[in-house]
Design a protein around this ligand. Structure first.
Ligand SMILES: [Zn+2]
Length: 93
């Protein structure tokens, strides 16, 4: 009746080192609300996601956030190579 030894997660079970922007939240430091994904651009080695405040507090042009993800690690964009931002915004399900 001895407790099972603590088993650290096996390296094989750990997800490969990719970045999925779905797992990130971008919060505005000015109005303290989450920004909305409103644009996507492929710039060479980088995928650039644009987030903006969608409220009446911030001027989107002033608080816009550009999130740069190495294209090779970008799981979200690589899953759908033809995706260009489209009309699907971040968040939701
Ligand atoms: Zn804001």
């Amino acid at each position: 009746m001895s407790a099972p030894p603590e088993t650290p997660p096996a390296p094989a079970d750990v997800a490969p080192a990719t970045i999925n922007i779905r797992n990130l939240s971008i919060k505005c430091g000015s109005c303290d609300t989450y920004q909305t994904l409103c644009g996507f651009d492929r710039r060479g080695e980088w995928n650039v996601y644009t987030y903006e405040c969608e409220n009446d507090v911030c001027e989107p042009a002033a608080t816009r956030t550009l999130l740069e993800v190495p294209a090779a690690l970008d799981e979200f964009a690589n899953r759908d190579p033809g995706w260009k931002g489209g009309s699907r915004h971040g968040g939701g399900a």
